[in-house]
Design a protein around this ligand. Structure first.
Ligand SMILES: [Zn+2]
Ligand SMILES: [Zn+2]
Length: 1020
């Protein structure tokens, strides 16, 4: 006997029971123990940060991280799943700043770096309990007890080791470069971070005179949208191949590009002469501000530069060496001295006269006024453009020359591209699209951050400038600090090997992405210990994160492992898309459209949530979802499965079915078992290809076949206790449970436990293998044809508004050849399903109607004139079927008018197919089915008898009887109903399990088509 199944089962409640069982039986760890020694399938957890609550997008990545390790385990692999947490970085610091009310970097120093970092340490695991609770609740099997933390000394030491390897290869260097810089946070940003923060802003656009030395009244006209950089103008740049003009405007002569002269100076400008950019080279001019003058020999002269365009401005570009990449390179090329008069907090230093101490962006209007006062301003306007802002704090970024540390990834650019080729990307276009393009445009990795909470950059320097990269804690000497973070690490003083002087650490920490790129070895504290574990579990067979990680973790993993080991650390990547609300809007707190995962889990359960993510679309296409859309998964798939399962248990228990005794199989049994093999094949093929969408949909299609065709067509056999039917349905349900186990682990285990239970959990079973001997594709095709005929027949019945219980005389099916044979093979089944007494076949759709032929008056009128009435009569008397066939085949038919023979073609006759009278036809393509709607008394009585049975079944249910209970039945009421029941007495008694049937009218009264029926029943 099986445990009874509640058809109204709440899935969230069921899942809580299963979770309890998994805990009791330690199923997760047992599933790993069972595969000791088996071939490994290596999974890496891309570490999230637990300083905020997990959201629905985290559920997305976590269920995809779960499904393939589960699948591979069932397929015979050993799959360890070590958890991990990302702990460092600017987002963590900013969250703590917000809590402390800190708005400037300086305040952190005042607050105390030790205290500040202590707060960061607390905050990164603030929500770790909720994360762990959610992880368990959604069925993500992950070793959270043994998770790696990027803040641990062991992890940091492994990261240091990696940097020392890079250092020894000569690929870690300090460079002076222009970097995008957030003055609010006081740190440079990576190109990835900059890409996230563009906003449209309006900035001043100024045209400035740069008077040519030694030529009274002549100026080069320069243009800029960042007036604050004019204070440190170092040179002007022109394109050597562009033609410039000296143009007379009023009392002065201005030099601009010819292509822009009208736009900038207007139509009145008088062109005095033309000159090439190359000829302008070396022209000396007077700078707009006097603060810095020593830019070297070429300072404050015109320089040739290829980056100058004539798309906007004047074709003469103001150059401030410290504030633009192009400017900086130009300065390097011509030996300009680099002066950066802007401090780390975005204010001018003391050299800048009246502007010293001002925040640069705020100084723009006063700089414009100063230019106006000195007569240097030619024109000022407003200019709207997209400008990068800090993605974390919203401050406009400045491009700023500063010293920072880089990893020379450009030295291994070809290797990165080659390694990317070996990766199996899902979707495939990422390889040469998003990822490939990113790698092609690779720039050196800006590694250092002038911040506090991160892995300290392990470089120590003496006063002489000798530098050492520390690659282990042992190298720190006898008394290393207990905590390797700032500020403690900064107390460590080393002795210089070269000069014997004191070495102190550089102040920076490193980019948090380098941390996560080190996880393949750092999670094991390799190479300091566990080198064997690292070796066994490198590279990963599978990783999975959101699409944007091409510039994040996917890149950092690739970069670090290629630098260190010359190979990529993963084989297969699954990329996930965005989660949007049903209107396609990004979810955000301010819009109030965020779906909290707990709401979905409490209402529909984890299986429904997983099933929605796995099957509703390809995961990289993104989702538009709400709590309700997940509910659709429950209604469309899970309830179908659950109802089939509960029906099996109900009838198996009622019949005390003994499993193991299959009995002779019917064609229907062989069909569903063949479909089961086909489904198993597809599921394996798709899951091997990391595709849950098509694996899941194939399983769902099978469950639909099982429920809506196999069980529906076999009800009588379950009723009667046919062992073959029980054996077959149980086989299907247990196999489906195993097929589904990686996708919907809860419902799968519930079904397995009750119907089989040979193992402590379905998750300890092997994944099903298709049994090719049970596959019969011809049978599947035949059944598909029969089902299509039934679908059409049902549609015809619905069109005629005839209830399903009313038997009909016949169904006429259009089918020929193999198709007809296929349907004929199942004609009994088709007849039962359509509730018709017989099935008849015809070969062509025309056979389902009568052709009506009429003369075409427009064609025949001129020909026959007054004889038209006779022509009409002659056409009407033709054998319409034969004539229509002849005409439609291009032939002619003869008529005799007053003794004369005439021939008519298809153009002379209009033909219309009139449906067979008394039939309802339903067509789809070349297929058609017609039902004979004519009812005689016998059919009507049988229909009524079926209505009576249905009413008695309802009464049995209301009386709380079990399906197998026998009853004594008494009917009364309307004469015609009773007559119908009497005429089909055996049928009525058999269907309702009545041991006796009387017609003396006692009991509760109901109605059938307005006729009263009283039903009295008692358990026999
Ligand atoms: Zn910022
Ligand atoms: Zn030294």
């Amino acid at each position: 006997m099986y445990a009874p199944v509640d058809p109204q089962q709440s899935f969230p409640e069921l899942e809580e029971q299963i979770l309890e069982r998994w805990r009791e039986r330690d199923v997760f760890h047992e599933s790993i123990r069972r595969r000791e020694g088996a071939p490994r399938f290596v999974f890496y957890e891309g570490p999230p940060t637990a300083n905020g609550r997990p959201g629905s997008h985290h559920v997305l990545s976590r269920v995809f991280k779960d499904v393939f390790p589960r699948y591979k385990t069932m397929r015979g692999h050993l799959v360890h799943r070590k958890g991990g947490w990302d702990c460092h970085g600017l987002p963590v610091e900013l969250a703590v700043e917000e809590k402390l009310g800190i708005t400037q970097k300086q305040q952190i120093e005042e607050y105390g770096v030790a205290e500040f970092n202590a707060k960061c340490r607390e905050s990164v695991l603030e929500y770790v309990d909720e994360w762990n609770r959610l992880t368990e609740r959604i069925g993500f099997w992950l070793d959270t007890d043994d998770a790696y933390l990027t803040l641990s000394n062991e992890y940091i030491e492994s990261v240091w080791w990696s940097l020392k390897q890079v250092w020894e290869k000569g690929l870690l260097y300090e460079g002076n470069k222009v970097v995008p810089y957030c003055p609010r946070d006081g740190t440079a940003l990576s190109s990835h971070e900059v890409a996230q923060g563009y906003r449209d802003v309006t900035d001043p656009s100024v045209y400035v005179r740069f008077p040519v030395k030694g030529e009274e009244g002549v100026s080069l006209l320069g243009w800029t949208t960042t007036p604050w950089t004019l204070l440190s103008n170092a040179a002007l740049a022109v394109h050597p191949d562009v033609t410039y003009v000296r143009a007379r405007v009023g009392h002065e002569t201005l030099i601009v590009a010819e292509a822009l002269v009208e736009r900038v100076l207007g139509e009145e400008a008088l062109i005095e002469s033309r000159v090439s950019g190359a000829e302008l080279e070396g022209t000396a001019y007077q700078p707009p501000f006097p603060y810095i003058s020593d830019y070297g020999e070429r300072g404050h002269t015109v320089l040739p530069a290829d980056f100058v365009t004539t798309e906007d401005g004047t074709g003469v570009v103001h150059t401030a060496v410290a504030f633009g990449e192009d400017d900086f390179r130009l300065g390097e090329q011509y030996g300009l001295t680099v002066h950066n008069p802007v401090l780390g907090d975005g204010t001018y230093d003391e050299r800048m006269g009246e502007f010293a101490g001002r925040y640069v962006k705020d100084a723009d209007p006063d700089i414009v006024e100063a230019l106006r006062a000195s007569g240097r301003l030619f024109r000022d306007e407003l200019y709207e453009h997209a400008y990068p802002h800090c993605w974390r704090c919203g401050t406009p970024l400045i491009y700023y020359a500063k010293r920072s540390w880089y990893v020379k990834t450009t030295a291994i650019g070809d290797q990165l591209l080659a390694q990317n080729e070996s990766v199996d990307w899902h979707p495939e276009h990422i390889k040469h699209g998003r990822m490939g393009k990113w790698l092609e445009n690779n720039v050196d990795w800006a590694l250092s951050r002038e911040r506090y909470w991160g892995t300290p950059l392990p470089i120590w320097r003496c006063e002489e400038g000798h530098a050492r990269c520390v690659g282990s804690v042992a190298e720190l000497g006898a008394a290393p600090p207990d905590d390797l973070h700032k500020p403690y690490i900064d107390d460590v003083v080393l002795t210089c090997d070269e000069c014997g002087g004191e070495m102190r650490r550089v102040p920076e920490v490193i980019d948090v992405w380098w941390d996560s790129g080190c996880m393949p070895f750092a999670q094991w504290h390799a190479p300091f210990e566990n080198e064997d574990l690292f070796a066994e579990r490198f590279p990963a067979d599978y990783i999975c994160e959101a699409l944007d990680q091409t510039r994040g973790w996917f890149y950092s993993l690739l970069g670090v492992s290629t630098l260190l080991f010359g190979e990529v650390s993963y084989r297969t990547v699954l990329c996930l898309g965005l989660i949007l609300d049903p209107e396609g809007q990004k979810m955000s707190k301010s819009k109030g459209n965020v779906v909290v995962p707990w709401d979905v889990l409490d209402q529909h359960g984890a299986d429904a949530f997983r099933w929605y993510y796995f099957t509703s679309k390809q995961p990289w296409d993104g989702y538009r979802f709400s709590v309700e859309t997940v509910g659709e998964s429950v209604r469309q798939f899970m309830l179908t499965l659950w109802n089939t399962y509960s029906l099996y248990v109900l009838y198996a228990n009622a019949n005390d079915a003994q499993i193991g005794d299959a009995g002779p199989a019917t064609e229907l049994d062989r069909w569903i078992l063949s479909r089961l093999q086909a489904t198993t094949e597809t599921a394996i093929e798709q899951l091997d290809d990391y595709d849950t969408t098509f694996a899941g949909r194939a399983i769902a299609a099978f469950v639909d076949d099982l429920s809506n065709w196999y069980v529906r067509s076999s009800r009588r056999r379950f009723w009667e206790g046919d062992p073959a039917a029980f054996w077959t349905l149980r086989e299907c349900l247990v196999t489906v449970a195993k097929l589904l186990a990686p996708l919907t682990p809860f419902i799968a285990d519930a079904i397995y436990e009750n119907l089989d239970g040979g193992e402590p959990s379905v998750h300890l079973c092997d994944y099903p293998e298709p049994d090719h001997a049970r596959r019969d594709e011809q049978l599947e095709r035949a059944m598909a044809a029969a089902r299509e005929a039934v679908e059409l027949g049902r549609a015809a019945r619905a069109q005629a508004k005839l209830k399903v219980r009313q038997p009909l005389r016949e169904a006429v099916i259009v089918a020929a050849g193999e198709e007809r044979e296929s349907i004929a093979r199942f004609d009994e089944l088709v007849a039962t399903e359509l509730n018709v007494k017989g099935v008849r076949f015809v070969s062509e759709a025309e056979d389902l109607g009568n052709w009506e032929l009429k003369p075409n008056y427009r064609a025949l009128g001129p020909r026959f004139g007054k004889q038209m009435p006779q022509v009409a009569a002659a056409v009407a008397s033709l054998d319409s079927a034969t004539a229509a066939a002849t005409l439609r085949n291009g032939g002619r038919v003869g008529i005799n008018i007053e003794g004369q023979e005439h021939e008519l073609s298809a153009d002379d006759v209009s033909m219309a197919l009139q449906p067979l009278e008394g039939y309802q036809v339903e067509r789809a393509g070349t297929h058609a089915v017609a039902l004979d709607l004519e009812l005689d008394d016998e059919l009507r009585r049988e229909g009524l008898a079926r209505d009576v049975v249905r009413a008695v079944q309802d009464a049995r249910k209301s009386a709380g009887l079990n399906v197998e209970d026998r009853i004594t039945l008494t009917l009364g009421g309307d004469g015609e109903l009773l007559e119908a029941a009497r005429a089909h007495e055996q049928y009525v008694a058999g269907e309702t399990l009545a041991t006796s049937l009387a017609f003396d009218g006692e009991g509760a009264t109901t109605e059938i088509e307005g006729r009263p029926l009283s039903i009295g029943l008692e358990r026999a």
